[in-house]
Design a protein around this ligand. Structure first.
Ligand code: EPZ
Length: 433
């Protein structure tokens, strides 16, 4: 019979009340999991979100010879003593973007890397020219061979270098840090990405004995060390998951406390919600979101951190569709992150896209519909729209959503949403195939 497919079913229109807890950050967990390749000692990583991108990353390490032991639902012990470089399975590597970090980690440990092309959400081309620029500045040579990115140490060996990124790329910043922490000499990265998960990676590596300073700023300095030892590390909370639930509370109405967060990471999302007339109260490690008046329109321009996060763009388009007046969302990071718009239009949203800007006319009275997730955050946008829409929304392709949200259905049910995860009968699946 066909593979078991699921869909999310939401009966919308209910306000949300209660507390919702945030899991560890997926985009911090992935680089830290691959960074464990750099030491032969055991590493224990805590507060891992139970999402498929994390499971897949651990599967990749295990398939390459690492010992991976789940100590509990959110804690893993990784031992890469017997890790075999260059052996990553393409069928796994091609499923997520995070596998790109094998390049920096294998180069850092073995002086060479051979990795198939990564996957990830489809926002247009996702080049790695800045990664290559960084690796080659360190003295490596990167080519494409047999459908793989292949990196070898050049004739002069690897040594620290001064690197300037043309784009403040998160992935390239992560990959150069991984490649440079045990490269002799001093490496600097100018125009580095400043995201909180860059800081989390640097903190993890420094706990393993690396010498990284400036993470979180656009100028990072790395002094190469001989070797790294293991450590126990706890992943930071997921600011995008937190922002998603803040947007959900603003969309559905009611009063929700989002717990276990770092409010500073939420600053741009909080500011935008306040601008839209939503009440937002910050506490030490939680934020209370409530809405009792109609949403107001706003304009959003996504940009590299600390700009408005591109990973919050689709969720806010769903929210702005309900706001009074005309809003715009300009995507400043990716070429084309608007594939979700067609699905929101099936729910009566009034959105038109021209190049990198969506114009949203509201307030639209969203209505439930059968829709499909086209990528991770686009799927989250449909959940938000479904919570606010009148009637029933059915979202298929939920595997996209499960890549980055730990138990989203259970967490939303916990604050009063009428939402469930339903098996799609095999017959329907086979017909669809
Ligand atoms: C990471 O992707 C995240 N993925 C993305 O989150 C996130 O949207 C993005 O950073 C920006 O914050 C993971 O962490 C696994 P980039 P990444 O390199 O590293 C261009 C989610 O929803 N670019 O900062 O691929 C690139 O095309 C996902 O959780 C180059 O031109 O992002 C894009 O336009 C989606 N050359 C821009 O820079 C390069 O060598 C930002 O890319 C690298 C990137």
């Amino acid at each position: 019979m066909g593979t078991e497919m699921k869909k999310i079913v939401i009966n919308g229109g209910l306000p949300l009340y209660g507390d919702i807890s945030v899991s560890g950050m997926k985009n911090a967990a992935l680089p830290i999991i691959f960074a464990s390749i750099l030491t032969k000692d055991k590493c224990v990583i805590e507060n891992l979100p139970e999402v498929s991108d994390v499971t897949l990353s651990l599967e990749i390490l295990h398939s390459m010879g690492a010992t991976v032991k789940m100590l509990n639902r959110n804690t893993v012990e990784v031992d890469t003593t017997h890790f075999v470089g260059g052996s990553s399975p393409y069928e796994l590597v091609s499923k997520l973007r995070g596998s790109t970090y094998l390049l920096g980690a294998e180069l850092g440990r073995f002086g060479e890397a051979r990795v198939g092309f990564s996957g990830g959400c489809d926002f247009g081309t996702r080049p790695i020219d800045q990664h290559k620029k960084g690796f080659e500045a360190l003295g490596a040579v990167m080519t494409i061979e047999n459908g793989c990115n292949h990196i070898v140490t050049g004739p002069g060996g690897l040594c620290g270098a001064s690197i300037y990124f043309d784009i403040a790329s998160v992935g390239a910043t992560i990959n150069v840090i991984l490649a440079a922490v045990m490269t002799p000499g001093r490496t600097t990265i100018d125009n580095a990405a400043r995201e909180p998960h860059i800081v989390d990676l640097a903190n993890f590596l420094n706990m393993c004995g690396a010498r990284i300073s400036g993470a979180g700023t656009s100028f990072i300095k790395i002094q190469g060390v001989e070797r790294l030892h293991g450590c126990n590390y706890t992943i930071i909370p997921d600011m995008i998951e937190a922002g998603t639930y803040m947007a959900a509370a603003a969309a559905a109405g009611g009063r929700v406390t989002v717990r276990g967060i770092i409010p500073k990471h939420m600053e741009t999302v909080t500011a935008k919600l306040l601008e839209m007339g939503v009440e937002v109260d910050e506490c030490d490690d939680s934020i209370v979101v409530s809405r009792t008046s109609p949403l107001q329109h706003a304009n959003i321009k996504t940009y590299f951190y600390p700009g408005f996060p591109t990973d919050m763009h689709p969720q806010f388009s769903a929210l702005l569709a309900m706001a009074s007046g005309t809003s715009t969302v300009t995507e400043g990071v990716f070429e084309n992150r608007f594939r979700y718009v067609d699905e929101l239009k099936k729910m009566n949203a009034d959105i038109s896209v021209d190049g990198r800007t969506a114009t949203i006319v509201g307030p639209a009275h969203l209505t439930g519909a059968p829709v499909k997730a086209v990528d991770l955050r686009g799927g989250a946008a449909l959940v938000i729209a479904g919570l606010a829409a009148k009637g029933k929304t059915e979202i298929c392709n939920v595997e996209y959503i499960e890549r980055g949200y730990d138990n989203i259905v259970g967490k939303l049910r916990g604050i009063g949403a009428d939402i469930s995860l339903v098996d799609i009968p095999d017959a329907v699946v086979e017909k669809a195939n």
